[in-house]
Ligand binder design. Structure first.
Ligand SMILES: [Fe+2]
Ligand SMILES: [Fe+2]
Length: 133
């Protein structure tokens, strides 16, 4: 899984964070492909969980600043992702979750980053005004 220019939303800070995210997705997928020990994969998942929390907080703050109407729906998608990730962490102790995990990460890129996140960037570039605090 690699960054592609078509993933760019045109908001440099968010694009840079998405590059980081996809880098972490790739580290997880590669660790699984190489058949690394679960502890190595688990370490990458923990890194991804922490970085995702930071990234989602940035996006949600920006959405409030730009008065994005779908902020609640978008936040719910972020919450769902973190919940799924934590389920992966927990169930990994009992069964192999590798396929589900890779499926989640891939669909996050194709559905959330180039779908929901792009809806927000369209809102920003459609002339949305910054909300006075
Ligand atoms: Fe994002
Ligand atoms: Fe998002």
């Amino acid at each position: 899984m690699h960054w592609r220019d078509e993933y760019s939303l045109g908001i440099p800070e968010i694009d840079n964070q998405h590059k980081m995210l996809i880098g972490l997705f790739d580290a997880i997928e590669e660790a699984i492909k190489r058949g690394e020990t679960w502890s190595t994969t688990y370490f990458h998942i923990a890194e991804l969980r922490d970085f995702s929390r930071f990234h989602f907080a940035c996006e949600e703050a920006l959405m409030r600043v730009f008065d994005f109407p779908d902020v609640s729906l978008h936040t719910a998608e972020h919450t769902h992702f973190l919940k799924f990730l934590s389920e992966m962490e927990n169930s990994s102790l009992r069964k192999s979750v590798e396929k589900d995990l890779v499926r989640l990460l891939r669909s996050w890129v194709t559905k959330h980053i180039v779908g929901s996140d792009r809806d927000f960037s369209r809102h920003v570039f459609s002339g949305a005004t910054v909300k006075a605090s």
